[in-house]
Design a protein around this ligand. Sequence first.
Ligand code: ARG
Length: 266
Amino acid sequence: MNGILKKILCASMAAVIGLSLVSCGKTSTMERIEKSGKLVVGTSADYAPYEYHTMIDGKDTIIGIDISIVNEIAKDLGVQLEIVDMSFDGLLAALNSDNVDIVIAGMNPDEDRRKAVDFSKIYYEAKQGVLIRAEDKDKIKTIEDLKGKNVGAQLGTTQESIAKKQMENSTLVSLGKIPDLVMELKNNKIDALVVELPVANGYVKNNSDLALSEITVEEESGGSAIAVKKGNADLVALIDKSLDRLMEEGAIEKFVQEANEKNVTK
Ligand code: ARG
């Protein structure tokens, strides 16, 4: 009985969904991808090892953990991959105005964002780090040590809200791109920069004048997920399927390792 009821319910729901598609005539993201034969991915390629520019055979190319992942998703969908690089704080607007099909950018699916878009499952977990100048390593060890100092964070990120909430005695400096913030740190314009730990570690590895501080911040919503415009459950399911495969194969760990090795961001 239960099984029959479920079938009836399912059939009538399918009918309703089918009707609403016909009646409103809107194309879903999946339909657009199939029609164009490409997956258009929005990202903010200033975030090594997640996504960053590098020279390959004399050509400026965007690589990183996230790019390797969407490459696999495009393959699974049987379409070409196109990357669109923009400011992090413009990504979800681009998604909701159909300028890109999906967004991958080391993005944490926090509560506010979940109101605006849907997310895949979490594909990678990372904590936050606070980047400082190496010479300040003994001076800046706690959040209190940042009192009266300038703290940088990327515009529109969870790190920006962490800095606002947890470092309220510091002056927040928000900029659109991470390399500009690192420059500010090197030039003494800011004294600390809140970023994802893998990003901080990459800069420490490649810049002897930078260091990771001992400061730990409270996590709000760790983990990165892929954003999709609301109302595209079919696409989210396919993305999750690819992510499951990649996680089972241990591919994501491999992408992380590769991206860290290739990361020479100064
Ligand atoms: N994880 C942070 C957030 O979701 C920052 C991500 C920044 N990503 C980037 N590609 N710049 O807000």
